[in-house]
Unconditional design. Structure first.
Length: 272
């Protein structure tokens, strides 16, 4: 699996006996339990799920579990197929690494209700803002991306351009801009261009999106696009004019220097 398994108690986990076992253990304890076969009938299916966690869908074995296929083909693992046909007592070795109380546990988005997801969006945004202020741009980008993912999950349940969808989209746009700023500072220019373009599809005159995309185009040496975006940003917000002039002047010098170097390289190639 590559990482420890998380077991959330009281959520109807198929192998209920594991919930009973871990509640009797101490942190960092390693214990061996022998469990009667009558209590572990679901184990082959739980084991299959754990073995395939994180694998691409193409690497997973026999996705179907209807009765006929199960009888004829099994579940894709010989040892588990044998256990289905010949149930037996099982011995489990479990190490309890950590126990988290309900109020301390940070749920995955798939575990949250719709209301919990909505409540978590501003929490993640503020967490990302704090990481950004601390100049941990990679962590901030990951946090903003997590919030964006939750918003997009909620948007999938709504009809595009309906009021609820538009409300969610209005939450998404500033998160995209924050994410793009992190990527800009980390010089990941094409990611900035992509996400600012997404913002501009909904809000064509968004100054922050134009300015950040313009700077990303400079980083990617897209001269015409950079000029267009930064010029438009300055038209919409006159206070940016001085900064835009400096950016474009500096970029113009860099382009001329780059062209000069490339011309010299070409001249040397033909001279040889």
């Amino acid at each position: 699996m590559g990482k420890p398994m998380e077991l959330v108690l009281g959520k109807q986990f198929k192998l209920e006996v594991w919930e009973v076992i871990v509640q009797k253990m101490a942190i960092n304890e390693v214990a061996v339990f022998t469990v009667d076969k009558s209590l572990v009938n679901p184990y082959p299916f739980v084991s299959k799920t754990l073995r395939e966690a994180g694998k691409p869908s193409g690497e997973k074995r026999n996705h179907h579990c209807c009765g006929v296929i199960l009888q004829n083909e099994g579940i894709g693992y010989d040892d588990l197929n044998d256990l289905i046909k010949n149930p037996q007592n099982l011995e489990f070795t479990i190490e309890l690494l950590q126990a988290v109380l309900p109020h301390e546990y940070e749920k995955e988005s798939w575990q949250m209700t719709e209301d919990e997801k909505l409540e978590n969006i501003p929490v993640l945004r503020e967490k990302g803002n704090t990481q950004f202020r601390e100049k941990d741009y990679e962590a901030a980008a990951n946090t903003y991306a997590q919030a964006i993912g939750i918003v997009e999950q909620l948007m999938l349940a709504e009809k595009p351009n309906d009021s609820e969808w538009l409300n969610l989209n209005s939450m998404k746009l500033p998160l995209l801009l924050n994410y793009a700023q992190c990527k800009l500072l980390n010089k990941e220019y094409y990611a900035v261009i992509e996400h600012c373009t997404t913002v501009l599809k909904s809000d064509p005159d968004n100054v922050k999106a134009l300015y950040r995309r313009g700077k990303a185009h400079i980083g990617a040496w897209n001269e015409n696009e950079a000029i267009a975006d930064l010029t438009r940003a300055a038209e919409l917000d006159k206070s940016l004019q001085s900064a835009v002039n400096k950016e474009l002047q500096s970029f113009d010098l860099a382009v001329k220097e780059r062209n000069k170097v490339q011309s010299k390289k070409l001249a040397n190639m033909f001279a040889n």
